[in-house]
Ligand binder design. Structure first.
Ligand code: PLP
Length: 357
């Protein structure tokens, strides 16, 4: 249990008045959580304080060598006025694994969940309530030691900020256009692909920028060695429905981010009796299935969009139009059931919903 000191913001900001205009990650609540790590002392001084700039030395190691990890999760307002988190323990477990890869000190899972819940309570009047809106929560950790020698930092800050966010889909689930990236790669075996760490995203921007220029909304990443195996779609996990079987890249290579939505999709679809297989999937196989008329659906999964149907895949010379540009029935059912659980309209499996209040 953390003993969190709370300092209320004396100058609260005006709240957004029109929730239909909320974007993603653009405005922030009145408070943030901050905790400090010092070598030899461990984590100390957990506090909730007014949202504002961090006091950071220009030599802080995160600014030079990128020692950072982050998480992303949401809190949902239910019709009867409760606030629910979706599997927050999974986020903090993943953060521990990311910390391990980046030589950073882990925060206890229970402490992370507790800090998140207390911050949500302090800023509960910022919780958006319109359909499809949510509170996006961004826990992150940075190396703050003011030293330029390359080594693991001795000092860190663990911070949580929150952003009321709008409905991802304004007009129903829109299928997206995806470009299969064959020039750049996101991760290689032995690298940091399975960690949620800043550098992965910095390195992936160029692919996204170039794909956007050509009218695609995201890239599908292939493996870093053979440019053959499907890994991820943008910053979400990839799924294909081939011949009534759900297929998704497995995590054995350490190059794919272990999404919590991914895990939930797999568990939910299996609970319906569907066959779900985690294995290596080649882009050739996807194209062959498409040509044979067996590629029924493709979608991406992640906290932001839950599931995002793929209407079109461009791989070199090949164009694949999937599910006639419509939302596949499995994609739609996954979206409906997952959002029902998240917004408390339907009970989920044990432990999926954690009540904040
Ligand atoms: C966060 C993330 C995902 C999705 O994870 P969720 O826990 O489902 O939100 C997938 N891929 C990448 C690269 C990510 O950063």
């Amino acid at each position: 249990m953390l003993n969190i000191k709370v300092t209320k913001n004396p100058n609260p900001k005006p709240k957004p008045t029109d929730e239909s205009k909320l974007g993603f990650g653009e405005i922030f609540t009145d408070h943030m959580f901050v905790m400090t790590y010092t070598e030899g002392q461990g984590w100390h001084d957990p506090e909730i304080l007014p949202y504002g700039p961090l006091d950071l030395d220009p030599a802080a190691m995160v600014l030079h060598y990128g020692q950072e990890v982050f998480e992303g999760m949401k809190a949902y307002h239910t019709a009867d006025g409760r606030i629910l988190l979706f599997r927050p323990d999974e986020n903090y477990k993943r953060m521990q694994r990311s910390c391990h890869r980046l030589c950073m000190p882990p925060v206890e899972v229970e402490d992370g969940v507790q800090a998140t819940m207390e911050l949500l309570k302090v800023d509960s009047d910022w919780m958006p309530t319109a359909p499809g809106t949510s509170m996006y929560i961004r826990p992150f950790m940075i190396a703050t030691d003011p030293k330029l020698g390359v080594r693991a930092s001795y000092e860190y800050k663990f911070v949580i900020i929150m952003s009321p966010s709008g409905a991802y889909y304004k007009t129903g689930l829109d299928p997206v256009n995806i470009y299969v990236e064959t020039k750049y790669v996101r991760a290689v075996k032995g690298g940091t692909g399975e960690a949620k760490t800043a550098g992965n995203y910095a390195a992936s921007l160029i692919g996204q920028v170039e794909a956007k220029k050509d009218g695609y909304s995201q890239v599908l990443w292939l493996d870093g060695i053979e440019r053959k195996y499907v890994e991820e779609i943008g910053t979400s996990n990839a799924f294909f429905v081939i011949d009534n079987e759900i297929v998704t890249p497995d995590l054995s290579q350490g190059t794919t981010l272990p999404g919590i939505t991914r895990k939930s999709v797999i568990e939910l679809a299996r609970s319906w009796g569907m066959k779900v297989t985690e294995r290596r999937v080649t882009i050739d196989e996807v194209f062959e299935a498409y040509k044979a008329g067996k590629l029924q659906e493709a979608f991406a999964s992640g906290t932001a969009a839950v599931v995002s149907p793929i209407g079109h895949l461009k791989w070199g010379e090949h164009d694949m139009d999937i599910a006639k540009g419509q939302i596949g029935t499995i994609t739609k059912r996954l979206y409906d059931e997952l959002t029902d659980i998240q917004y408390g309209r339907r009970p989920g499996p044990e432990g999926w919903s954690v009540e904040v209040r």
